[in-house]
Ligand binder design. Structure first.
Ligand code: UD1
Length: 422
């Protein structure tokens, strides 16, 4: 197993190229199951989660041709299985994204339950209820979701109790081949959901309400889709993480290949803290600030402040003046980075789903353990300003979603290297 060693204390500078969005790449890959022609996907991030889903699709019978680590040609005309096996699904919760496409194309499938997750229970009940509403019969047997829709899925009104990103994406893909119109109320409107809508629309599916909380999808009644070449949008969470790297080390960093309008909540918060952010149509530049003010964050659905950026801002709060407050509203157990940040010396107290971070403490390097994907990046950020050496263990969490992380940080001048555990 690998770990990262960081020597903190230096400042950063320079430019960093942002990769394609993992959370957009995953539903796009799953949507390849709806495709009649080979699908070319560009700007795929070279990260473990993408490889895991690609492996799952390969197992189902898709043919993969990797043109480069960031470009894939995928043909799904000869699917031989409709069972998403535990061994692959357990590695990544987002594997549930094959449920909608498999069911709508083949009228049956078995998908292993993703199971528990480090950041809370994260059930898939809303995905299941939606498929049932569209006419599927579903049972849970032996840890698998067994779904059947012998006469195909039918368009229906789906009203989500809670806004769910992958739930909305699953219904969109199911609705694309269903018979009739599916109305999704209380739909997620994250940029990744919008990209999936646009791709389906270009492939011939009529969709109304893109970018709103209510989507109307007219299905093709089983006819497979004719996808055009896809360019995955930029990863707004990776971009936000590098902005935080600039902020915590009080350095000037330029991000290239970003969509600034996807980062308004994050940029707004950094400006509130005291940073100047310069924006062009596809770059963002953070400039150092002479004073970093404490702040308050409540995580919520897009376009609000993303839960996936909460841990990074907690690390940043340790370097701000005064007490900052972070309230986590989406996931009940997403504060596991707190104890690790405390090991580095951060002054954090927790009450329920609210963390109070009092800035101004010196951070001192230590051994810390990554617990989930975004928590790991918070530890890297803290390590950049901690005195001495920080070793971040269990970085397979990090490899799930950050492409060439230590290479990108090294280019910015960070002292960071990947080593093997003894
Ligand atoms: C997606 C993102 C993840 C991000 C999250 C919230 C992907 C691959 N992952 O995860 O990075 O942190 O959105 O922005 O895109 N819920 C239920 N029942 C369900 C489904 C969800 O109760 O069937 C709850 C969840 O426990 C959570 C809330 O709904 O409290 C939102 O979760 P959801 O939007 O579904 O998260 P994911 O799609 O898994």
């Amino acid at each position: 197993m690998d770990y990262l060693e960081i020597v903190g204390g230096g400042s950063l500078s320079g430019e960093v190229e942002i990769s394609g969005a993992k959370n957009s790449a995953l539903p796009i890959l799953a949507s390849a199951l709806l495709c009649k022609n080979p699908l070319r996907i560009k700007n795929l991030p070279d990260v473990a989660d993408v490889k895991t889903l690609a492996k799952l699709l390969e197992h189902l019978g898709s043919e993969m041709q990797w043109v480069s680590p960031n470009e894939l040609l995928i043909a799904s005309d000869r699917i031989i299985h409709t069972k998403a096996v535990y061994d692959i699904v357990r590695k990544m919760r987002a594997s549930i994204l094959v449920l909608g496409p498999l069911l709508s194309r083949f009228g049956k499938c078995e998908v292993s339950l993703p199971g528990g997750c480090a950041i809370g229970a994260r059930p898939v009940d809303l995905h299941i209820k939606a498929m049932e509403k569209m006419g599927a019969e579903i049972s849970i047997e032996g840890g698998y979701i067994i779904a059947k829709a012998s006469s195909g899925l039918k368009g229906s009104d789906i009203v989500f109790d809670k806004i769910t990103v992958t739930g909305t994406e699953n219904v969109l893909m199911a609705a694309a081949l269903a018979k009739g119109v599916t109305r999704i109320v209380n739909a997620a409107k994250e940029p990744e959901v919008i990209q999936l809508c646009e791709i389906l629309q270009k492939a011939g599916v009529e969709i109304e309400g893109i970018g709103s909380n209510e989507l109307c999808v007219r299905g093709t009644n089983g006819e497979l889709l004719d996808f055009k070449e896809i360019n995955v949008i930029a990863d707004r969470i990776e971009a936000g993480t590098y902005l935080c790297a600039g902020a915590i080390t009080n350095s000037s960093i330029t991000l290239k290949n970003v969509s600034p309008h996807h980062l308004e909540a994050v940029v707004g918060k950094l400006q509130e803290i005291g940073f100047t952010i310069e924006t062009t149509s596809n770059t963002l530049k953070i400039l150092p600030s002479h004073k970093r003010n404490a702040f308050e964050i409540i995580t919520t659905e897009y376009p609000g402040f993303p839960t996936d950026m909460q841990a990074q801002f907690m690390a940043l709060a340790s370097q701000c003046e005064g007490s900052s407050f972070i309230e986590e509203r989406l996931f009940e157990n997403r504060f596991m980075h707190v104890s690790e940040l405390q090991r580095l010396g951060a002054n954090i107290s927790l009450r329920g789903n609210v963390a109070k971070i009092t800035g101004g403490e010196r951070l001192i390097g230590a051994d810390v353990m990554a617990t989930d994907l975004r928590a790991s990046s918070a530890l890297i950020l803290a390590g950049l300003v901690a005195e001495g050496n920080t070793q971040v263990h269990r970085i397979y969490h990090l490899d799930r979603g950050y492409e060439r992380l230590e290479e990108k940080f090294s280019t910015l001048g960070a002292q960071i290297r990947r080593l093997k555990e003894k």
